[in-house]
Design a protein around this ligand. Sequence first.
Ligand code: ATP
Length: 236
Amino acid sequence: MQFSNEPVVRLNKACIFQGITAILQDVTFQIDKDEFVFLIGRTGSGKSSLLKTLYADLPLKMGQGSVVNYNLNEIKSKEVPYLRRKLGIVFQDFQLFTDRTVAENLYFVMKATGWKDRSKMKTRMVEVLMRVGLGGAATKMPHQLSGGEQQRVVIARALLNEPSILLADEPTGNLDPEVADGIFKLFQEINKQGTAVLMATHNHELLRKYPYRILKCEKGRVLDSNETEILEAKKE
Ligand SMILES: Nc1ncnc2c1ncn2[C@@H]1O[C@H](COP(=O)(O)OP(=O)(O)OP(=O)(O)O)[C@@H](O)[C@H]1O
């Protein structure tokens, strides 16, 4: 059970590996429920590897970590789907099934995460689509939607199981600036309603515009704007 004052993410002296290569060392931070945090750093600095560790795609071999009360050091592979139910994961590439309608895409995830009651599934499907501003899209095929709309479906899919935190890897990367802005605002709304957000981004415009906390992957470490000044946010 998630107690209200417990952080949703907690890493302590964690070392993030790809194979036998240490990508990030001595990573210590926590993210509280309701927080919005940017994750930045140059290409190859370890942002995706860090996110993968948080959703248990990469094992945590050194240091301690917990995410929504799952201990990353001890998590067993059969528990990983339960952890992921408490996370909403949004990637840059939309990863929708292109041969299924929007509703079928959402039902697929619901079935895979234990939903059985058809009428509850339908209600939830409609709810999440409304929440992302796509109330009328259930019967559409992905190719009938714009890139921004497809990304909204992905966000709707991530919200199905009421996650404690959204992990987003460059969610606006492939979109026009205006469309990206709309998607970003959607993340903000979701955050205001009580879901933490950790968003990897290369978009410095966003950092200047929205003064949220920043974690920066740099030279094998993670810097935290709560503890040190991170200049990106101030650059014109
Ligand atoms: N599957 C993998 N096997 C081995 N090394 C990997 C693998 N994935 C990533 N790496 C390496 O780990 C390092 C960090 O990569 P990662 O993808 O985490 O960086 P990133 O900050 O997310 O980059 P980008 O901004 O380009 O997405 C890089 O040196 C990369 O080459």
